[in-house]
Design a protein around this ligand. Structure first.
Ligand SMILES: *Cc1c(COP(=O)(O)O)cnc(C)c1O
Length: 415
């Protein structure tokens, strides 16, 4: 892919775009929420549908000229239904946060109550954080992971539900390495007459491939992003039963959004088609196997893995026991300097702060897309340990950077 047309108009932006392609090619993307889409998805997202207003839904648009927009949206919906087995799907949310907003707007009034996981324990801003509209519009109570085990404390969740009497319970997380027990949470929700929103933003691809239990058919609403473990380009999605279909559609448009980003919907359709191929099932299985290998390698090197391992695509490391004087931020910076990009993250029982946390989070979706298998993940795990053990040792850093150059050169991203 080149940016010749952009360059002719705007060399500054072309430089930045080309710089970004090179950055992605030359570094290891281990931010757990990131992935690399195919050239087909890129092309669809860059398509002429960006010009088209298609407010409304297929067959019921506000403007003329929507026959191709309808076709694309219907294909995205059909494929999503096949991937996740949902009765009703809305593919218009601009992002995962917008998908959650669609559910809240459809089902809650201002002042209603949300019970969700604490952000520092792996939750998400859109689950009721004070800096997000959810924390400002709704009353929020939070459950936690057990700091000893790193697993969701389902008993505490159940007790809090009984005390707090929420209108909706949110499950699904941003930094939780273990399989979520959606049925257990659903039982609690039913026992207090609350709705259940399962936000599978991080694990949409794993759920589609059967690598993680599905909340579809269990929770009342399932929201997801389309750019994390599923490689369908940036966006969001809502799945629900026929019962709530019309409420959800109205809450997305006109409730919370204007015209859909039809070029993104086209990216979703193409990415979903790719995910329906057998190769995607293999990919998702490899993502999990790679994460397990990464966790085991880091543990062998003396690091504390939150919950002792992973069932998913991500590994959360608590640096405090092995590296009490190194913050997550310092580790992130040293790793970025050698070309390994991941993020500092809070850990259960955090003793520092959200801005200066004690852990790092690493994910395998993007590297697996590049063709990394367990052998390469062992190399990567050892590189992380080398750098974290000696973040200021120039020789160690130079050697790690050299190995990363070799790995990225051996696994080209875009031809
Ligand atoms: C990533 C994520 C989202 C969506 O985020 P956007 O950036 O708005 O697409 C929502 N919920 C969870 C749990 C997430 O991890």
């Amino acid at each position: 892919m080149n940016y010749d047309e952009v360059r002719a108009v705007d060399p500054d932006v072309a430089d930045a775009l080309e710089g970004e392609v090179e950055r992605q090619q030359d570094t290891l993307a281990m931010i757990a929420s990131e992935n690399h889409v195919s050239e087909a998805v890129l092309e669809a997202q860059g398509s002429h549908l960006t010009n088209k207003y298609a407010e409304g839904y297929p067959g019921k648009r506000y403007y003329a000229g929507c026959e191709y927009a309808d076709e694309v949206e219907e294909l995205a919906i059909e494929r999503a239904k096949e991937l996740w087995g949902a009765e009703h799907v809305n593919v218009q949310p601009h992002s995962g946060t917008q998908a959650n907003m669609g559910v809240y707007l459809a089902m809650l009034d201002a002042g209603d109550k949300i019970l969700s996981l604490d952000l520092t324990h792996g939750g998400h801003l859109s689950h009721g954080h004070p800096a997000n509209f959810t924390g400002q519009l709704y009353e929020v109570e939070q459950y936690h992971v057990d700091p000893e085990t790193g697993y969701i404390d389902y008993e505490e969740l159940d007790e809090l539900a009984k005390e707090f009497d929420p209108d909706i319970i949110v499950s699904g997380f941003s930094a939780y390495p273990r399989a979520v027990e959606f049925e257990t949470i659903q039982e609690t929700a039913e026992s207090v007459d609350a709705l259940h929103l399962a936000d599978i933003a991080h694990i949409t691809g794993l759920v589609a491939a059967g690598e993680h239990p599905s909340p579809v058919g269990i929770a009342d609403f399932v929201t997801g992003s389309t750019h994390k473990t599923i490689r369908a380009g940036r966006g969001g999605i809502i799945m629900t039963s026929k019962e709530y279909a019309s409420d959800i559609d109205k809450a997305v448009f006109p409730g919370g959004q204007g015209g859909p980003l039809m070029h993104n919907v086209a990216g979703k359709a193409v990415g979903f088609k790719e995910a329906l191929q057998p190769a995607f099932t293999e990919y998702a299985a490899q993502v999990v196997e790679n994460a397990k290998t990464l966790a085991a390698t880091l543990e062998d090197r003396g690091m504390e893995i939150v919950s002792g391992g992973t069932d998913t695509h991500l590994v959360l490391v608590d640096l405090r026991p092995s590296h009490p004087d190194l913050t997550g931020g310092e580790a992130e910076e040293a790793l970025e300097s050698v070309g390994l990009v991941l993020n500092a993250n809070t850990v259960p029982g955090e003793t520092r702060s959200a801005f200066n946390p004690s852990g790092i989070r690493a994910g395998t979706p993007a590297l697996t897309t590049r063709g990394f298998g367990t052998e390469e993940m062992e190399t990567v795990g050892n590189l992380i340990a080398d750098v974290v053990d000696a973040p200021e040792d120039e020789d160690v850093l130079a050697e790690a950077a050299q190995t990363i150059d070799e790995l990225t050169a051996a696994h080209p991203l875009y031809e």
